[in-house]
Design a protein around this ligand. Structure first.
Ligand code: PLP
Length: 578
């Protein structure tokens, strides 16, 4: 089953979440969607990557919205046997000094261009494990600190071991965010110098060799966002797989999960921080190549981690996945090869205005039908739709558009305006949930003036409907907290311009009036809507030529660049082949 994948050395791509397909709810938002796009592009380009993640049988959660706008979280359990094949390798990870057995499911990403990429879904739900250990790989981002650290032990330690057990030869380990940084500790143990050869004061481990193998992509522009674990907890869960802080008996190397012996505590604190085990620090320490996900983000990260070189590889989105069917058909007809080489989309200017507008109308009709079906709200196909859809959390500032309700009403009296919203709040993010409720309150205040619909359950399918059916894509994060943002790139594949705060990818993507518009606060947002965006949208004198030209420049400038084919060619040449 694995023969086709293990015959060549490959890059192991580790991510806590990966959005594989709509039916598999193993992602929470942008990070997981990016991981999925990364692997989809690897399959398209026939780059040898193997994805490694947790099976997350209980998923993230399915979102319903109550009558008052409160988020209701439902189980999102899925059955791996429906989509993936069980593999027969089994490895142990020592947690609290007992072996926790881990096996893996194989999910294969099939590219429409013919390539295939394997993804390993790690699973501890095995009869040989205790009930509490069987649960470790169930809930994505659920549970407390101890639960999270156990998951990261399974991902980092278990992932490296299972790759080896399955016969993969790994030329590089790529950590998508710090959750998988314990893989560095596993490699340190593998590359420990034989104890008899080490003289006092000499290195115990071959760190340069580990660093040579590891690449780290950071996604979090603030220290507070980094995963960190108190060493008390680390000591309890690692137990005798770490030594040097007390002198209880160390299991002999060779017991299940202890094939490489323990790691020395002092080394761990040198790599991961003296006060707590900081997964970002650990990932930085063990990686020879570190990058941020946009130029601005790399600069911010470099300031946060003096002494480390942080490069920039700006994110991109997967071409076919994020183009509505009407646009795929249009590109297939006019720009053959666009999926493999999206740079060709620069030739979009040869497509007739009417064809571009017609493709958009189809996508917009599909969104309007969805809004009607899910919420009962009837939107007007002739009126502009503004969309805001992403994880609901404070720094994304979803309320900025609703800062001045009277002003918004006044704008809509001049130029009709409709708003579609979507997004989940993390179950522990109380402010995120309050934001969802307040957005519903704003929708009620605007009733009769501006139609506002909130679509529950923001998943991959809904995201495509939104990014293609919107007329204008809105994003209002608090700088510098948006590391990249990717939904505006998805909109670009469908010719939808962004109206966005200059942060993350938009610093690179915004050409005022050509790919969209920049706003800095609520006032400038209203200004631009009223004076520039909506007047252009409603300008019909020459058959909406102005808007069609804008749509084409969005595609030809931004979809041609902010795509995951370009991103993966850069990872391949700059990060993997070193
Ligand atoms: C793309 C995507 C996101 C991320 O959007 P941002 O613009 O990066 O906030 C979140 N959720 C889903 C379902 C997505 O498809």
């Amino acid at each position: 089953m694995l023969d086709e994948f293990v015959s060549l050395p490959c890059v192991a791509y580790f991510s806590m979440e990966i959005a594989l397909r709509n039916e598999i709810p193993t992602y929470a938002g942008g990070l997981g969607v990016l991981a999925g796009d990364t692997l989809r592009s690897a399959a398209d380009l026939r780059l040898p990557l193997v994805g490694v993640t947790l099976v997350s049988r209980a998923g993230y959660f399915r979102q319903e919205i109550g009558a008052d706008g409160q988020q209701i979280e439902r189980e999102a359990t899925w059955d791996p046997s429906r989509w993936a094949q069980p593999l027969d390798a089994k490895v142990a990870v020592r947690i609290e000094d007992r072996p926790v057995w881990v096996n893996a499911w194989l999910y294969v990403i099939e590219s429409r261009l013919g390539g295939r990429a394997p993804v390993l879904l790690l699973d501890t739900d095995l009869p040989e494990n205790r009930a509490e250990d069987r649960d470790i790989t169930h809930h994505l981002y659920g549970g407390d600190d101890a639960y999270r650290l156990k998951q990261e032990m399974v991902l980092g330690f278990g992932g490296v071991r299972i790759l080896r057990a399955l016969g993969f030869e790994i030329s590089a380990y790529h950590m998508n965010e710090g959750h998988s940084a314990l893989l560095g500790v596993e490699l340190m143990r593998r590359f420990a110098y034989p104890a008899d050869d080490v003289r006092p004061g000499e290195a115990l481990y071959d760190l340069p060799r580990v660093r040579d193998l590891c690449r780290f992509t950071t996604h979090t522009p603030v220290e507070a966002g980094h995963d960190r674990f108190p060493y008390e907890l680390v000591k309890r869960l690692f137990a005798s797989s770490v030594y040097g802080y007390n002198n209880h008996e160390v299991p002999r190397a060779g017991e299940p999960g202890m094939e490489h012996g323990p790691i020395e505590f002092g080394t761990l604190t040198e790599l991961a921080g003296a006060d707590s085990l900081n997964m970002t620090r650990l990932a930085l320490s063990v990686s020879d190549f570190v990058n941020g996900v946009a130029k601005r983000h790399a600069e911010v990260s470099a300031k946060m981690y003096p002494g480390y070189q942080v490069r920039a590889i700006t994110n991109g989105v997967h071409p076919i996945t994020w183009s509505a069917q009407s646009f795929r058909e249009l590109y297939d007809r006019w720009i053959p090869g666009w999926c493999h080489e999206p740079e060709l989309l620069a030739r979009v200017h040869g497509i007739a205005d009417a064809d571009i507008l017609a493709a958009h109308t189809k996508a917009k009709d599909a969104l309007i039908a969805k809004v009607q079906a899910r919420t009962g709200t009837a939107l007007d196909p002739q009126a502009a739709i503004l969309c805001f859809a992403r994880r609901m959390t404070a720094y994304k500032r979803p309320e900025m558009l609703f800062t001045d309700i009277e002003r918004l009403k006044a704008i809509a009296r001049q130029h009709p305006l409709q708003i579609v919203l979507a997004g989940k709040a993390h179950p522990h993010d109380e402010e995120g949930k309050r934001l969802i409720a307040r957005l519903h309150a704003h929708a009620r205040e605007l009733a009769g003036s501006v139609a506002v619909a909130y679509l529950p359950e923001h998943d991959l399918d809904l995201a495509l409907l939104l990014v293609s059916g919107a007329d204008v894509w809105l994003n209002t994060p608090l700088p510098p907290l948006e590391a990249s943002g990717t939904s505006g790139m998805k909109a670009a594949f469908n010719g939808v311009p962004s109206l966005s705060v200059l942060d993350g990818w938009w610093v690179e993507g915004c050409i005022e009036g050509v790919t969209g518009w920049a706003a800095s606060d609520a006032e400038s947002l209203y200004e631009k809507l009223e004076r520039i965006v909506l007047p252009l949208y409603y300008e019909t004198a020459d058959g909406r030529h102005g808007w069609a030209r804008l749509m084409k420049s969005v595609i030809g400038t931004n979809a041609a660049y902010f795509n995951s084919q370009r991103m993966m060619r850069r990872y391949a040449t700059e990060a993997y082949l070193r």
